[in-house]
Design a protein around this ligand. Structure first.
Ligand code: 5GP
Length: 112
């Protein structure tokens, strides 16, 4: 577990609108949604950012995508965008790996 804000959400020290949980992962709604549906999928393992993951995390990283898919379906999303910000220059602000899942509106490409 990490000491970050997301680690505190895992530990229930901070409230969040949790919409999925199992022994490896957690999904909860973003407090500042950028789309009608915006939730975050995090591993319970404290990996600060994607570039800190290693070969031993291969199964976990794949599993997070399956959780994103499962929760997106649970939320009634067909089309949605997944985003991972890696590092401050990519707008990462919380250093516990998380996948953003956004849906319920159209998205343009390239992203800003
Ligand atoms: P990042 O910029 O690190 O990729 O994304 C961090 C996300 O966490 C942001 O979208 C932000 O709105 C969200 N966030 C920040 N603080 C909280 C909080 O206390 N609760 C929840 N549910 N989301 C948060």
């Amino acid at each position: 577990m990490s000491d970050t804000l997301f680690g505190k959400i895992i530990n229930r020290e901070i409230d969040a609108d949790i919409i999925y949980e199992d022994d490896q992962a957690l999904a909860f709604r973003d407090i500042n949604p950028q789309a009608p549906t915006h939730f975050l999928v995090i591993p319970k393992k404290a990996i600060p950012k994607l570039s800190d993951a290693d070969e031993g995390d291969q199964i976990l990283l794949g599993y997070l995508l399956l959780v994103a898919r499962r929760v997106a379906a649970q939320e009634g999303l067909e089309d949605y965008r997944l985003n991972i910000n890696n590092g401050p220059g990519a707008s990462q602000t919380i250093f516990h790996l998380h996948l953003h899942v956004l849906g319920g509106r159209s998205f343009s490409w390239p992203p800003g």
